[in-house]
Design a protein around this ligand. Structure first.
Ligand SMILES: NC(=O)c1ccc[n+]([C@@H]2O[C@H](COP(=O)([O-])OP(=O)(O)OC[C@H]3O[C@@H](n4cnc5c(N)ncnc54)[C@H](O)[C@@H]3O)[C@@H](O)[C@H]2O)c1
Ligand SMILES: O=P(O)(O)OC[C@@H](O)[C@@H](O)[C@H](O)[C@H](O)CO
Length: 475
C-alpha cells in the first residue's frame, strides 16, 4: 500500500488542476452547514457532477468543531470520494467545495448569507443538531438554545452588530442571524434545504427557524416567512466514518495525499420537493428527482433503510455484532429485519416497488467492504427511534396488531441503555433522569422516545419482554 507521506503529491487546486483540467473557479452560490462525510458523498458530489459551467461553488461550514475545515482548507476544499462496491474501489476528486470554514466564523457565514448570489443553504447537522422538540419548537431545556435566544434578542436590530463575539452557537441560531443580515441587505429570497434523516424535514426546520426568529426579531420572522423556501428532501447514500486506512486507499488510487477522503457506496438517491426562488444546480442531471409529494419516498427510506439500521444497531449489537454487514449475515438478525420490513410495508401504500426496494437494501447491507459501524448508527437513539420505529409501532397498534417487530428495536435500545452501554445521545440528561426515576425506569425511557408508546400497556409489555430477555453485552 502507498505511504501517503512519501509517495503522494499534496492535494490542492494548483496540483490537481495543473494535471487534470482547468479550474472552473466556481463562484459561491451554496452555503452548506455540517461539513461531515455524508454531505461530501452526496450534495457535494451531485453538485460537482452537474455544474459544468462552474456556477455553483459551495462554501462549507463545520457544525460543532473546526476539524473538517482544518483538514480541507489546505486542500482548497478538494477531497477524494472513494466509491466502494462489493468488488472494488474507484476514486473521484470532488471540487465543488471551494472553501471549508470553521462554523464559528460567523463573520464569513453572515457575509455569505447576505450576498445576493447565495441561492441555497444546505444542511446536514444530524437530527439532534436542530435542537428542536418533536413538534418543531426550539428546545428551551437546551442551555445553548436559550443562550442564543438571549444574544440574538439583544443583537438583532436595524443594523448588524459591530461584532459577533459571543454570537450564536446553534445551527438555527446562526441561520436566523444570517437571514436577518440578508433581510437588511435586501438580497432577496433563497432556499434552505435540510438533508438530514427526518420526516418532513423542510416544514420541520421551517417551524423551528420561524419559532426562533419570532422570539428574537418579529420583522425578520415575517421576512423569513415571506422570502425563504424550506425544501423537503429524502437523501440516501450509505457513508461510514472515514478511517486511517481510507487515506491510504485514496493515495493509492489517485496519487494525491488526501487528509480527508470519504468512502461511500455506489448507490445514491435524492428526492426533493419545494421551491428554489433563487435557482439551483441541475441536480436532476445526476439523477435527483423533484416531486410534488415527497412523503411516500421519505417514509419508505426512513422506515425501511434507517429503521432496519437502528434495529441492527441495538439488537445486532446485543448479538455481539459490530457492523451492518456482520449483523445482516446473522440469520436471526436477518429474520428480525424481514419482520420489521413486513410491519413497515403494511403502512407504506402502493406503487413504491417495495419488493425491489427491500431486495436492493439487502444487497447494500451485505456489502461487507463498507464498514458501517453499528456504534455510529446507534448514536442519538432517542431522536432516531422516534421517527424510525415509533410510527410503525403506532400504525401496527392502530391496525390491531402487537407491533412486535418494531418494538424489538426499542426493546434492544432499552436493554443497552439499562446496561450502561456507550450510546452518545443529545438526550443524555433525560436518559439519566429516566434511569434515576423513582417510578418505572423502562416506562420513563420509552416516554423520551414517544409518550404515546409509554401510555400503551401492551407496547410497554413487549418492550419489557425484549429488554429483560436480552443479554446485554459489555459497553
Ligand atoms: N452518513 C450517512 O450514511 C448519511 C446518509 C443519509 C443522511 N445522512 C444525514 O447526514 C447527517 C450527518 O451524517 P455524516 O455521516 O455526515 O456525519 P458526520 O459525523 O460525518 O458529520 C456530522 C456533521 O454535523 C455536525 N454536527 C453534529 N452534531 C451537531 C450539532 N449538535 N450541532 C451542529 N452541528 C452538528 C458535525 O459537526 C458535522 O459537521 C446524519 O445525521 C443524517 O441525518 C447521513
Ligand atoms: O446518519 P444517521 O446517524 O442519521 O443514521 C445512520 C444511518 O442509518 C444512516 O446514515 C444511513 O446510512 C443513511 O441514511 C443511508 O442513506
Amino acid at each position: 500500500m502507498t505511504n501517503i507521506a512519501s509517495a503522494s503529491r499534496p492535494l490542492n487546486r494548483s496540483t490537481y488542476f495543473d494535471s487534470h483540467r482547468t479550474d472552473a473557479s466556481r463562484g459561491i452560490r451554496i452555503v452548506h452547514v455540517g461539513l461531515g462525510a455524508f454531505s461530501r458523498a452526496h450534495q457535494a458530489w451531485y453538485t460537482d457532477v452537474v455544474d459544468e459551467a462552474g456556477e455553483w461553488g459551495i462554501s462549507a461550514f463545520t457544525g460543532r468543531n473546526a476539524t473538517a475545515a482544518d483538514e480541507l482548507a489546505p486542500q482548497d476544499g478538494l477531497f477524494t470520494l472513494i466509491e466502494r462496491s462489493a468488488v472494488g474501489d474507484s476514486a473521484t476528486i470532488v471540487s465543488s467545495i471551494v472553501e471549508a470554514v470553521d462554523g464559528a466564523r460567523l463573520d464569513r457565514f453572515v457575509e455569505l448569507l447576505a450576498a445576493t448570489p447565495t441561492a441555497l443553504v444546505t444542511l446536514t447537522v444530524t437530527e439532534a443538531g436542530y435542537r428542536l422538540t418533536p413538534t418543531g419548537e426550539p428546545n428551551r431545556d437546551d442551555a445553548a438554545v436559550n443562550r442564543d435566544i438571549d444574544w440574538l434578542s439583544s443583537a438583532l436590530g436595524h443594523v448588524l452588530p459591530d461584532s459577533f463575539e459571543g454570537g450564536p452557537v446553534t445551527t438555527l441560531g446562526r441561520l436566523v442571524l444570517g437571514l436577518h443580515a440578508r433581510r437588511l441587505a435586501g438580497s432577496g429570497p433563497l432556499a434552505i434545504v435540510p438533508c438530514d434523516n427526518m420526516p418532513d424535514n423542510g416544514p420541520f426546520v421551517k417551524s423551528g427557524v420561524l419559532a426562533l426568529a419570532r422570539l428574537v426579531n418579529a420583522e425578520t420572522a415575517t421576512w423569513i416567512a415571506d422570502n425563504v423556501s424550506f425544501v423537503s428532501t429524502s437523501v440516501d447514500r450509505i457513508t461510514p466514518k472515514t478511517t486511517p486506512a481510507d487515506r491510504e486507499t485514496a493515495a493509492t488510487l489517485t496519487g494525491f495525499a488526501d487528509r480527508a477522503p470519504v468512502v461511500t457506496e455506489p448507490f445514491r438517491d435524492w428526492v426533493l420537493s419545494g421551491e428554489f426562488p433563487a435557482g439551483r444546480p441541475a441536480w436532476e442531471k445526476a439523477g435527483a428527482r423533484f416531486v410534488d409529494e415527497i412523503e411516500p419516498f421519505e417514509r419508505r427510506k426512513l422506515w425501511l433503510l434507517n429503521g432496519a439500521h437502528s434495529l441492527l444497531a441495538y439488537a445486532g449489537r446485543l448479538r455481539g455484532h459490530e457492523t451492518v454487514a456482520a449483523a445482516i449475515g446473522d440469520p436471526m438478525c436477518l429474520n428480525w429485519v424481514n419482520e420489521y420490513w413486513d410491519a413497515a410495508c403494511a403502512h407504506l401504500g402502493d406503487g413504491l416497488d417495495l419488493d425491489a426496494y427491500r431486495a436492493a437494501l439487502l444487497d447494500r447491507f451485505e456489502n461487507a467492504r463498507i464498514e458501517h459501524r453499528l456504534a455510529q448508527i446507534g448514536m442519538e437513539g432517542v431522536t432516531k427511534l422516534r421517527v424510525r420505529a415509533a410510527p410503525i409501532i403506532l400504525a401496527e397498534r392502530a391496525a390491531g396488531r402487537t407491533g412486535e417487530a418494531p418494538i424489538r428495536a426499542i426493546g434492544a435500545w432499552v436493554a443497552l441503555v439499562m446496561a450502561g452501554a456507550d450510546l452518545p445521545d443529545a438526550a443524555a440528561e433525560g436518559i439519566a433522569a429516566a434511569l434515576a426515576s423513582a417510578g418505572d425506569v423502562l416506562t420513563e425511557l420509552v416516554r423520551l422516545i414517544d409518550p404515546q408508546l409509554a401510555d400503551d400497556a401492551s407496547v410497554l409489555a413487549g418492550i419489557r419482554s425484549v429488554a429483560t430477555e436480552s443479554l446485554p453485552t459489555p459497553a
